[in-house]
Design a protein around this ligand. Structure first.
Ligand code: ADP
Ligand code: ADP
Length: 228
């Protein structure tokens, strides 16, 4: 569960990227976050995994109040919140296998179990046959699959995706969406910021629209609602 109470975010330049956000997202929901460029979607997402701290207000993620989170506890939060980016952010010198294994919480795993888990998620995203390749040897869609595998390898309660289809063609975008839908069907909360009108209007999930740092619309089975 994710909750924001009266959250504001003022950047040092004075811009209010969040201006009184009150949002409750229950475990297992699929939520699209839409709005014009500069509306505050990325800031909203970054605050959930503590990449940015709110200026005021309270954020609770998986029962943890982020304002009482110590810096040394951030890695633990990040392992419970999978993140997927528009530009994939894979490590270029590591293979597909290593990119996913690198993200795995290694403490309580035997090397054999690590291999098993990594291969399990790579099979799920359909990339078992490319484990030894480098990101540069993969298509954009394949790179995004690796990053989705990486985001779920620790079995997080929530996956947040910031324009995951922004660099992909329509067909590949739909492949990525069906993966995210499958992950959601297994019980993982999915929160996705997007400009993709067709995807939002077809999938009929909850839609939260943000403009000028405020929620202007929050609908179950909502529509994209913008012209482009
Ligand atoms: P969106 O994802 O909807 O495009 P962002 O959250 O990226 O919106 O940005 C919201 C507003 O905050 C924009 O006006 C943007 O320029 C500003 N902003 C974002 N990040 C920073 C930052 N690190 N420093 C200053 N201003 C920022
Ligand atoms: P930005 O990077 O400017 O935040 P995007 O790259 O996500 O935005 O989207 C740019 C434009 O391309 C938008 O009009 C969006 O609707 C469209 N678009 C993005 N992804 C896809 C896709 N996979 N298929 C078709 N159109 C897309």
């Amino acid at each position: 569960m994710i909750e924001m109470q009266d959250v504001t975010k003022k950047y040092p330049n004075g811009i209010m990227a969040a201006n009184g956000l009150n949002i409750l997202i229950n475990q297992g929901e699929f939520v699209f976050v839409v709005g014009p460029s500069g509306a505050g979607k990325t800031t909203f997402i970054k605050m959930i995994y503590r990449e940015e701290k709110p200026t005021t207000g309270k954020i609770i993620v998986n029962g943890v109040n982020l304002s009482s989170l110590k810096n040394r506890e951030i890695p633990h939060l990040r392992r419970n919140v999978g993140v997927v980016f528009q530009d994939f952010k894979l490590l270029p010198t590591l293979t597909v296998f290593e990119n996913v294994a690198f993200a795995l919480e290694v403490i309580e795993h035997h090397p054999k179990d690590i291999k098993k888990r990594v291969m399990e998620v790579l099979a799920l995203v359909g990339l078992k046959h490319k484990v030894r390749m480098l990101p540069s040897e993969l298509s954009g869609g394949e790179q995004q699959r690796v990053s989705i595998a990486r985001s779920i390898v620790n079995k997080p309660k929530v996956v947040i995706a910031d324009e995951p289809t922004g660099n992909l063609d329509p067909e590949t975008s739909w492949e990525i969406m069906s993966l995210l839908d499958e992950i959601n069907t297994q019980g993982t909360t999915v929160i996705m910021a997007t400009h993709n009108r067709e995807i939002v209007n077809t999938m009929k999930h909850r839609v939260i629209a943000i403009e000028n740092g405020r929620v202007v619309r929050d609908e179950q089975q909502g529509e994209y609602g913008y012209e482009s």
